[in-house]
Write a protein that binds this ligand. Structure first.
Ligand code: TYM
Length: 331
């Protein structure tokens, strides 16, 4: 008997190169869950336009994100790849959810507060309503889990509150989504290790999935660590390198350097060299697949169009159901 796989949605903003933080926080879990769940993976361009961006760059950034998804190992036969703006049900559902979301809930989201402080242009409605659109992405596919990095937890919490508000008012319609955190759900910046690895801190703070071996080596060799011989509580930079080593290196390698650290004999240059080697071997095949796929843009475009159509069919059902519950079904 064929078992029906549960569905979920997760997504990434097309704002530039994907880095190992995005990979570990999201894409790696997506791949690990591919057999158990039907994943719908969105390139969430409507989220990306809530901050200043260059319209000319958008098509390339969307394509780059798709290449990264596929090169990392998303199987288009098991998962659905889609572009958010090609499925208008997302914005329509967001509008419905906006009407059950108090403004004060959206205003207290930490990422909103932080961005509102950083941006020199005035804050737009899209930025405030950003997590409502994210909730719409999630509920349209009746997701019970959502694999994300730790920074998205406040958004997931708000999505749950929105679901409760909607269900409470109009009757049970959506599932309450729970964050699925994999290993490496919070990878820190290489240059400012008290902050999370992020595109906005510049290319030196992250390892991009598409980085060449010499770039990986250079970036890791410049990662912030300590001057001392180790031992005692780890500084954020050292902890981050050990975290990466625990994921990308063998157990023996990890234990070897951990022992040296505990015995106060570690030389960070040796540790970095080994970590860089292991990152290069882990990301090498991915980079090659990406290169090969970039020569087949029509294939990738086709997948995105078909995936968006398929996602739209599912989304439409949920939207109809929500509108019926809200008394918006007339004829
Ligand atoms: P975005 O585009 O900022 O990041 C995409 C995914 O990468 C994770 N991530 C990290 N994980 C570990 N360490 C890091 N340093 C790191 N940096 C980023 C993020 O947690 C995220 O999982 N709002 C979302 C996109 C979104 C979405 C959704 C996600 C829109 N709708 C619905 C899930 C479900 C965002 O901006 O992610």
């Amino acid at each position: 008997m064929r078992t029906v796989r549960q569905r979920y949605f997760s997504g990434i903003q097309p704002t530039g190169e994907l880095h190992i933080g995005n990979y570990l926080g999201a894409i790696k879990s997506w791949i690990e869950l591919q057999d158990e769940y039907e994943g719908i993976f969105g390139i969430v361009d409507y989220h990306a336009i809530t901050e200043p961006y260059n319209p000319e760059d958008m098509p390339k950034m969307v394509m780059d994100a798709a290449l990264d998804y596929l090169a990392a190992g998303l199987d288009p036969n098991k998962s659905i790849l889609m572009i958010q703006s090609l499925v208008p049900e997302h914005t329509e559902m967001a509008w419905l959810l906006n009407t059950v979301t108090p403004v004060s809930w959206a205003q207290r989201v930490p990422t909103y507060k932080e961005k509102a402080r950083q941006l020199d242009v005035s804050v737009n409605m899209g930025l405030l309503s950003y997590p409502v659109l994210m909730a719409a992405d999630i509920v349209l596919y009746k997701s019970s889990i959502v694999p994300v990095g730790e920074d998205q937890l406040p958004h997931l919490e708000l999505a749950r509150e929105i679901v409760r508000a909607f269900n409470g008012r109009f009757g049970d319609t959506f599932l309450e989504p729970h964050a699925y955190l994999g290993r490496g759900a919070r990878i820190m910046s290489l240059t400012e290790p008290t902050k999370k690895m992020s595109k906005s801190l510049g290319p030196q703070n992250y390892i991009a999935l598409a980085d060449k071996p010499d770039e990986i080596r250079r970036k890791i060799s410049r990662a912030v660590t300590d001057i001392g011989p180790g031992g005692g509580p780890m500084s954020p930079g050292v902890r981050n390198l050990f975290e990466l080593m625990s994921i990308f290196s063998s157990e023996e390698t990890y234990s070897h350097f951990k022992r040296l650290y505990d015995e106060r004999k570690i030389r960070y240059s040796d540790m970095k060299q080994k970590l860089a080697d292991d990152l290069i071997s882990a990301l090498g095949p991915l980079r090659e697949r990406r290169l090969a796929l970039s020569l087949r843009p029509e294939y990738v475009r086709d997948l995105l169009i078909k995936g968006s159509r398929k996602a739209g069919e599912i989304a439409k059902q949920t939207l109809i159901e929500a509108k019926e519950k809200m008394g918006l079904a007339y004829f």
